[in-house]
Design a protein around this ligand. Structure first.
Ligand SMILES: [Ca+2]
Ligand SMILES: [Ca+2]
Length: 461
């Protein structure tokens, strides 16, 4: 989601990541759905029915059957929700035993006061393609001052607890200092038990600030600005959070440790802000992102994603896939380097997983696409040969290649010169010139290597 920008400058940078240039295209997008109204999430119920559930910001959850191209409405709670900008129905998580209990959880901004609400709904039976509209409120967090930085992610951890990412309360610079305040639920990662008997939820007793320890019992980690999207690695269980930056740095945090302070508003990514500069002199008090990147190349708002654990080989296993809402780039992090997997024109609101661990990208403009391995590059040229008389002449060859597939053209003989198109990507044209021929014997034959193919030139007197 787009963030509100400020013109503040960063002051100190302790560790800068240098993004690598765009690499050759590794992935492509396979369309799944279009015509959606501001989709902000896609996920699955983990119930072996292989359905996709799509969250539309205004307050609808749609369900797509495997192989279908048209979704149907699973739940409509638009009447409860204030939507627009960063507000709306923002998150969805299915209970780990959804297949038997039909319980699922949503995160939204409430109509009337903009409060953040985590609420429970049911489908009965769980295999139903419509859910009941009866709501049980789990947790309500006042968010009265600003409409932005609501957070919105919900997901169950491998420990069976429900985790929520809550924004700092909005505006710029977290003026109330919510994210560093352990007695506020804003600017936090929460961890709650929704299986406690007789109550909507309970805080697990191993939460870091449980009971007499100073701080609210629900908090798991703090110092977040707007942890819009996070995920748990389906293999290792490690949590990965995309925390949206302000005007300078976009960051990814992992692993997330109990009681960890991830820095905001003292640090934005690896950069010291000018909010509490004296505190920057004590960097050991904070956990810095595993990587961050700056606002260049059209980048302005990170959308956290998923560690790829699918079986289709769309990407190397263990690649963390994420994106930038503004630039439309889909990135991969291999543990040491950020690379651009695909540069799109999408406004990337979220990523999501199906039951096989294949990844999807959600475009706020209305579509959901599946991330698949890029087709191997194929090349052809036309024509394959040309014949000339003795006079100097010119010619052209058309190259057909897949998008993003690079090629070169080089003459193998001194009397043939490539005059344009010595290299290209995708479809293109190579032009060349042939020198006049006055020597012996009657004929000469030459070649140009174009996109790995041989173009033959014959010249005769
Ligand atoms: Ca406490
Ligand atoms: Ca941080």
């Amino acid at each position: 989601m787009k963030i509100v920008h400020s013109l503040r400058c960063l002051v100190v940078a302790t560790l800068f990541l240098t993004p690598t240039p765009a690499m050759a295209q590794q992935i492509q997008l396979s369309p799944v759905l279009s015509g959606l109204a501001s989709p902000v999430f896609v996920g699955n119920a983990g119930d072996n029915l292989n359905r996709l559930f799509i969250v539309e910001q205004a307050g609808r959850i749609k369900v797509l059957q495997p192989g279908d191209s048209t979704p149907t409405v699973f739940l409509d709670i638009t009447g409860k929700i204030v939507s627009g900008g960063e507000q709306g129905l923002l998150g969805l998580a299915f209970h780990p035993q959804y297949m038997s209990n039909g319980r699922f959880f949503v995160y939204y901004t409430r109509l009337g006061d903009g409060a953040l609400v985590i609420a429970e709904y049911h489908a009965s039976p769980a295999s139903s393609n419509t859910a009941g509209t009866a709501e049980t409120t789990i947790l309500t967090i006042p968010h009265p001052t600003n409409t932005n930085h609501n957070g919105g992610m919900l997901a169950f951890g491998p420990d069976g607890y429900l985790y929520a990412g809550v924004g700092d309360g909005g505006g710029a610079n977290d003026v109330p200092n919510n994210a560093q305040n352990k007695n506020s639920l804003l600017g936090k990662i929460l961890r709650i038990n929704i299986n406690a008997p007789g109550v909507p939820y309970a805080a697990p007793s191993d939460n870091p600030f449980f009971g007499a320890v100073e701080g609210l019992d629900e908090i798991y980690a703090y110092g977040m600005r707007n942890p819009w999207r996070f995920s748990f690695d389906g293999q290792t269980g490690q949590q990965w959070i995309g925390d949206v930056g302000q005007g300078a740095r976009e960051e990814v945090d992992t692993p997330i440790v109990s009681g960890g302070n991830y820095g905001w508003r003292v640090f934005e990514g690896t950069a010291c802000t000018n909010n509490d500069q004296t505190l920057c002199g004590n960097p050991a008090s904070y956990i810095f992102p595993v990587f961050d990147y700056g606002h260049s190349l059209g980048r302005c708002s990170l959308t956290g994603g998923y560690v790829y654990r699918g079986s289709q080989g769309a990407l190397p296993a263990g690649t963390y896939v994420y994106g930038d809402y503004c630039s439309g780039e889909i990135f991969g992090w291999n543990g040491s380097t950020q690379s651009v997997l695909l540069d799109t024109a999408l406004n990337i609101s979220s990523f999501g997983e199906d039951e096989q661990g294949e990844l999807y990208v959600v475009n706020l403009g209305g579509s959901v696409s599946r991330i698949v391995r890029a087709a191997p590059c194929t090349y052809s040229i036309s024509p394959n040969r040309a014949a000339y008389g003795p006079a100097a002449s010119t010619g052209a060859v058309a190259v057909t290649a897949g998008a993003g597939c690079a090629w070169t053209a080089a003459s193998n003989d001194s009397w043939i010169t490539v005059t344009a198109g010595a290299g290209g990507s995708g479809n293109g044209t190579v032009t060349y010139s042939v020198a006049a021929y006055t020597g012996r014997p009657k004929n000469r034959n030459g070649t140009i290597t174009i996109a790995g193919q041989t173009f033959s030139v014959k010249q005769s007197k």
